[in-house]
Ligand binder design. Structure first.
Ligand SMILES: NC(=O)C1=CN([C@@H]2O[C@H](COP(=O)(O)OP(=O)(O)OC[C@H]3O[C@@H](n4cnc5c(N)ncnc54)[C@H](OP(=O)(O)O)[C@@H]3O)[C@@H](O)[C@H]2O)C=CC1
Ligand SMILES: O=C(O)C1=N[C@H](C(=O)O)C[C@H](O)C1
Length: 244
């Protein structure tokens, strides 16, 4: 297998994890400016680059019949639709896009989906290292989107909020009706809280990645499973058997 974005924080960690795995062989490392060519003959590529480069890198792999496990964020509906089109021309190829590979983050998303219909209020707070270039995090965007869909299905309306003046955006961004707040703080890695509020009570779901090693079991599970998942899969939960 090969890694795109191999010199980055995540790419470097993936290279080390693959080299330590008995059943995987690292045949190529690619970074910005490298010719991806035949991807060093890899049968699976792991892609951790930057949001604007990821779609092109993934399309390059798919065009060459190579399965891809993608951790890079920024895959909005337009980008996913374009990728579906590329994959339709290569029916045997699989792409797994996971906004978060840490098992606890996936479970928080699942628990949040379950809790959403019971609470009038909800807010998502994501907290990351200050070198992160995108906000809100891919995980927070997906969490809010899943909550928004569960609220809509349950017939819940807008979250209660009397704010009429917010010139600086202090109430955060809105993703599918759910307020999302981004914190960037030296010393942090990747953290998220989902706050649910109801009459006289509050439920907090929190996950902390203290180290990037937390993402590696999920990445390697994706690499080992992708050959059995042709087409587009969004979310590691589908590979871990957490489907409904
Ligand atoms: N799904 C998950 O579980 C996780 C996802 N992420 C996401 O992964 C992505 C990468 O994060 P992180 O490793 O912290 O970021 P880094 O900035 O540390 O790494 C990105 C790497 O990609 C390289 N790069 C930039 N442009 C290209 C290109 N066109 N082709 C190939 N490589 C390129 C960069 O090189 P250079 O520095 O020379 O520009 C750098 O080495 C982000 O979107 C982040 O949100 C992060 C953690 C977990
Ligand atoms: O940039 C990061 O570090 C992370 N990015 C992903 C995201 O945006 O959700 C996953 C994790 O939060 C770490």
């Amino acid at each position: 297998m090969a890694v795109i974005g191999a010199s980055g924080r995540m790419g470097g960690e993936v290279c080390r994890a693959v080299e330590a795995a008995d059943d995987l062989e690292l045949v190529g490392r690619f970074d910005q400016g490298d010719d991806l060519g035949d991807l060093a003959g890899a049968d699976v590529v792991v892609e951790f680059s930057v949001p604007d480069a990821s779609p092109g890198n993934v399309a390059h792999c798919v065009d060459r019949g190579v399965d891809v496990v993608v951790g890079t964020t920024g895959w909005d509906d337009t980008r996913l639709e374009s990728l579906r089109g590329t994959l339709a021309e290569h029916p045997g190829v699989g792409v797994l896009i996971a906004p978060n590979f840490a098992i606890g983050a996936i479970l928080v998303m699942r628990f949040a989906q379950e809790a959403a219909r019971f609470y009038e209020s909800v807010e998502v707070i994501e907290l990351h290292h200050p070198a992160k270039v995108d906000a809100p995090s891919g995980t927070a965007a997906r969490t809010a989107s899943l909550i928004g869909a569960a609220r809509a299905e349950a017939g819940l309306g807008d979250v209660p909020d009397a704010t009429t003046q917010d010139p600086g955006g202090a109430r955060g961004a809105r993703v599918d009706g759910v307020p999302v707040h981004s914190v960037r703080l030296r010393g942090l890695v990747a953290h998220q809280e989902v706050l649910f509020g109801g009459e006289g009570e509050m439920l907090t779901l929190r996950h902390d990645s203290f180290d990037r090693s937390s993402f590696m079991p999920g990445v390697l599970a994706g690499v080992r499973a992708i050959g059995d998942h042709p087409g587009l899969t969004v979310g590691l939960e589908h590979v871990l058997g957490l489907d409904d």
